[in-house]
Design a protein around this ligand. Structure first.
Ligand code: BTN
Length: 127
């Protein structure tokens, strides 16, 4: 006969096993996302805990550093996402926060340039 403790452990184990791959599934590895400014987020690896890495190509008009940079971020099983790019040669670091919902990802960003702060929004669509 199973004790109450072992049943609880079994249920917790099943829930954990279900939750861990879900964070990876919400953001597909090796997926490409383009925003409303023409910039490209290429997601490479996505770890089981939701951490991910890839590249970000900035094509936004009105900004400098139209080049490709490493990107790092984290996504959780509900789709909440944050990622960061260091545009090192422009003295700019930008952090996006948003939500992955299928093939759409609305985000807001905070950009720090030489200690000055700018905010905005980018809408990414999976290609
Ligand atoms: C700079 O011009 O200082 C560096 C490039 C910054 C690009 C910004 S980050 C937020 C916005 N979304 C983009 O895709 N590009 C611009």
């Amino acid at each position: 006969m199973k004790t109450l403790g072992s049943r609880v452990l079994l249920i917790v184990g099943i829930l954990l096993l279900g939750a861990i791959p879900a964070s990876a599934q919400v953001l597909a590895p090796f997926s490409t996302w383009v925003n409303n400014r023409g910039s490209i987020l290429n997601v490479g690896w996505v770890a089981v805990d939701g951490a991910f890495g890839g590249t970000y190509t900035n094509n936004a008009p009105g900004f400098q550093c139209h080049s490709t940079y490493p990107v790092n971020g984290i996504v959780n099983p509900t789709g909440a996402i944050t990622f960061r790019v260091d545009f090192w040669d422009c003295n700019t670091v930008t952090t996006w926060t948003g939500r992955v919902a299928g093939r759409r990802m609305p985000t807001k960003w905070v950009l720090i340039y030489n200690g000055r702060r700018m905010t905005g929004a980018d809408y990414f669509t999976r290609q």
